[in-house]
Design a binder for this molecule. Structure first.
Ligand code: AMP
Ligand code: MN
Ligand code: MN
Ligand code: MN
Length: 280
């Protein structure tokens, strides 16, 4: 079961990816993915299309989402897998989570204007496949297009992050709400790329795992495009220590930007139980 090529985290242009749900499905299939989930940020609009394309290609489809959450004044991401994409509770929760993005984007653009980068709001909007989901990724693409940065990685070191121009703190969903929406919609909650939360200290991470578990969270991402090989080991140990199922996903956004392509990741270690065992 651990050797199945599962990719349970990626994005389409319904959020901040650049390919349509159908194009992502075809690319996943061409790369050998057998179990696939499209997990756009804070929105379920692409789910029906992704599911149809996956079934046509003979892949197992798991409806998914990646929810933006505020925890200890930091942003973390919670993936929901196996949700009912028509469930009213999660649809309403995600609608509220998305709501502040337009205003945040205006404030980000105002900050960038102060350091001499004008037209960022319109510029970012131009890259957004879905205006409800205007995100830092779209600003990053605009800054690359303008020649301010050579690539998006450079952007996320020098702009749009804490203490840098274009950073606007934002209140996303609470952890309890996000997990409750996922559970109410029949899904399982997964902590996305725990290795990315470098601003949370060890005590806060411990509290996150324990609280997440207490409220019914079941898995963490171990093998993800956001982790280094060292981190694969670190989070293998975390999964064992806290009794989490393990997930695997590329976090693919774009053929040129993403260093890890769909399905192109190491297998989950044999002694971990994959989150996809829940769906079989
Ligand atoms: P937002 O939800 O608007 O805050 O945007 C978050 C998105 O920005 C993430 O989903 C990633 O796609 C992208 N992002 C954040 N940090 C980085 C990073 N260090 N490198 C590349 N992309 C990043
Ligand atoms: Mn993203
Ligand atoms: Mn994420
Ligand atoms: Mn993601």
């Amino acid at each position: 079961m651990n050797s199945i090529n599962a990719d349970l985290h990626c994005h389409s242009l319904i959020s901040d990816g650049t390919l349509s749900p159908e194009e992502v499905a075809h690319r996943a299939h061409a790369n050998g993915v057998q179990i696939w989930s499209l997990t756009d940020h804070d929105i379920l609009e692409g789910q029906a299309r992704a599911q149809r394309a996956a079934i046509d290609l003979g892949m197992t489809y798991i409806p998914g989402v990646e929810i933006s959450v505020s925890w200890c004044d930091q942003t973390i991401h919670i993936v929901g897998l196996g949700i009912d994409a028509d469930h009213v509770g999660i649809l309403e929760g995600l609608r509220r989570t998305r709501e502040g993005r337009g205003n945040r984007a205006q404030l980000m653009a105002e900050q960038l204007a102060k350091v001499g980068i004008s037209g960022a709001y319109e510029g970012a909007l131009h890259f957004a496949g879905n205006h409800q989901l205007i995100s830092r990724t779209h600003f990053a693409r605009f800054l690359v297009e303008q020649g301010v940065c050579k690539d998006t990685e450079h952007v996320f070191k020098n702009y749009l992050v804490e203490d840098k121009p274009g950073y606007v703190p934002h209140m996303w969903a609470t952890l309890d709400d996000a997990v409750a929406w996922i559970k109410a919609a029949g899904g399982v909650a997964v902590i996305a790329h725990p290795g990315r939360y470098s601003r949370l200290n060890a005590m806060q991470m411990d509290e996150l795992y324990k609280h997440f578990k207490d409220i019914g969270g079941v898995a963490i991402e171990v093998i993800t495009g956001s982790h280094s090989p060292d981190q694969y080991q670190t989070y293998t140990k975390v999964a064992q220590q806290y009794g989490f199922l393990a997930s695997r996903g590329s976090d693919f956004h774009d053929p040129h930007e993403s260093h890890i392509d769909l399905g192109n990741l190491p297998q989950l270690p044999d002694h971990l139980t994959p989150v996809w065992s829940v769906f079989h």
